[in-house]
Design a protein around this ligand. Structure first.
Ligand code: G1P
Length: 296
């Protein structure tokens, strides 16, 4: 069965100020998690969910991102000559996994503005948005579940995760009404509320499936928090049409955040058959020797 959602948009124009100095001269989306740049995990997630048409919203300083998903004839030539067939296959596969398009945001006017520049490419069809900073573990099947919910409900679907009250101020936060197991109707949404203002502890994480009405809503919103065009405010206008939330408990990393980046690196490496067993022994050894707190 083909999903009606054929296109994905990945906003990747942010400056990466939370990860300086590593992001001074390279895009944060190119920081590696184990041996792959973060953005490759996001593209692979879209491809796994059956989406091959991907638009990446970039900005200045992001050229290495385009190079990463392009053919690299020189590298391929030398790998072939050296008989490194596995590496050659891997490098070629990156350039072939999807049809990737790029558009520059121009000015950093906020996440909502970044999504709005995708309008001509997306056209009058539902589409997915995957934030380049957020990595979802493969086992969670986040986008697949959201596409299935979109097909059942015919309305926009956003990904949600329960967070500690002290953390709500880092996220969009919703007032939910239970609908199905792990699916809620969104009754209200607020960008980065204080713990007192927060309508619940359900936070928006970086996966969205939108009806094309989001573009009209983005046109209507005024600059919001931080003077930026907020995607959350446009979702607020979409509530009239109906917006659902799909709840995920774990398996999400915000790689723009240093501690989460370390967590993601360790967890993803532990899951790898080629690295996991030895890394686990190393960690046990390190913590067992009193090199750490020993707490998880
Ligand atoms: C953005 C959104 C926010 C969402 C978050 C998820 O915030 O504005 O609503 O909860 O992504 O990662 P940012 O992290 O870009 O500040």
């Amino acid at each position: 069965m083909t999903s009606p959602v054929a296109k994905a948009v990945i906003p990747a124009a942010g400056l990466g100020t939370r990860f300086l100095p590593a992001t001074k001269a390279q895009p944060k989306e190119m920081l590696p998690l184990v041996d792959k740049p973060a953005i490759q995990y996001v593209v692979e997630e879209a491809v796994r969910a059956g989406i091959r048409d991907i638009l990446i919203i970039t900005g200045r300083n992001k050229r290495s991102l385009e190079d990463h998903f392009d053919r690299s004839f020189e590298l391929e030539f030398y790998l072939e000559k050296a008989g490194k067939h596995d590496e050659l296959k891997e490098v070629r596969a990156i350039a072939e996994m999807a049809d990737i398009h790029y558009i520059r945001q121009g000015e950093p006017k906020g996440l909502g503005h970044a999504v709005s520049v995708a309008r001509d490419h997306v056209g009058d069809a539902p589409f997915a948005v995957l934030l380049g900073d957020d990595i979802m573990a493969e086992r969670v099947h986040a986008l697949e579940d959201m596409l299935a919910a979109y097909e059942r409900l015919g309305r926009s679907v956003i990904a949600l995760k329960p967070v500690q009250p002290a953390e709500v101020g880092s996220y969009g936060c919703v007032r939910p009404e239970a609908v199905e197991p792990r699916v809620v109707k969104v009754l209200d949404i607020v960008e980065k509320p204080s713990p007192e203002e927060a309508p619940s502890n359900l936070a928006v994480i970086g996966r969205y499936v939108f009806t094309p009405s989001i573009f009209g809503a983005l046109e209507r919103v005024q600059p919001g928090r931080g003077g930026e065009i907020q995607l959350t405010d446009a979702i607020g206008l979409l509530l009239e049409e109906g917006v659902y939330g799909q709840i995920f408990e774990g398996g999400r990393y915000d790689t723009g955040n240093k501690l989460d980046y370390l967590r993601a690196t360790v967890e993803l490496a532990l899951e790898r058959p080629d690295l996991g067993p030895e890394l686990r022994r190393f960690l046990d050894d390190l913590l067992g020797r009193g090199g750490g707190t020993g707490e998880s």
